[in-house]
Design a protein around this ligand. Structure first.
Ligand code: DX5
Ligand code: ZN
Length: 211
């Protein structure tokens, strides 16, 4: 069964507490929180204080996607704030093995994200230290971009590399009912969606359409 992780990047930032309640009632499986530093990606969102402030308003897992240049300095900030999963970008982690162990040692699930141009080979030697692999199907930074189709073969390759381990494949960027179905057919377990969940305002209907 596919899991749906709405990204609050597309939510009403002035009403996040209620947006979280609405997403929870609409049947979301987890909440995807996009942290951007205005440096690694050309956009700036929020930090651990906001994650901590939102934590009491949903029982769903908080899936924190760090699009930042120095994630190592921030891992404990987000585990303390209530993250259940922390995902870092392989491209900014020179000691990826160590970073993933640090995340797990904080008692949080460890995720690795790959940009569209990044080869899945970087995962080869960390397969036993990762809980979730996030395939970016757009270049990170903004919601509302178009799904990059050639990432489907990367999802299929990663599925083969997982070889039965307990590792989830998550897909992020340009997900709608059509691209989501393609991603799931290729091997995805979790669909992140911003635009597709929030457009029109009927979150339950939109989540069901993705499922
Ligand atoms: C993009 C973020 C995504 C974004 C997805 O950098 O990582 O999570 O919110 O938005 P949509 O679904 O609109 O492409
Ligand atoms: Zn994301």
């Amino acid at each position: 069964m596919v899991l749906i992780a709405p990204s609050i990047l597309s939510a009403d930032f002035a009403d996040l507490k209620n947006e979280l309640t609405r997403l929870t009632e609409a049947g979301a499986d987890m909440i995807h929180l996009d942290v951007m530093d205005g440096n690694y990606v050309p956009n700036l969102t929020f930090g651990p204080q906001l994650v901590k402030a939102l934590r009491p308003y949903s029982t769903l897992p908080f899936d924190v996607h760090l699009m930042v240049n120095n994630p190592d300095t921030m891992l404990s900030w987000f585990s303390n704030a209530g993250a259940d999963i922390i995902t870092v970008h392989a491209e900014v982690c020179p000691h990826l093995d160590k970073t993933l162990q640090t995340i797990r040692n904080l008692g949080v699930k460890a995720g690795v994200s790959l940009n569209p141009a990044t080869n899945e080979d970087v995962l080869k030697y960390v397969m036993d230290k990762v809980d979730q692999i996030l395939v970016m199907t757009v270049n990170p930074g903004f919601g509302g971009q178009n799904f990059i189709e050639n990432q489907l073969e990367k999802i299929t390759r990663i599925k083969q590399m997982i070889a039965g381990r307990d590792i989830k494949i998550e897909v992020d960027g340009g997900i709608n009912a059509m691209t989501g179905a393609e991603a799931v057919a290729a091997g995805a377990d979790i669909l992140v969606a911003g635009t597709a969940v929030f457009s029109g305002g009927d979150y339950a209907k939109n989540i069901n359409a993705l499922r």
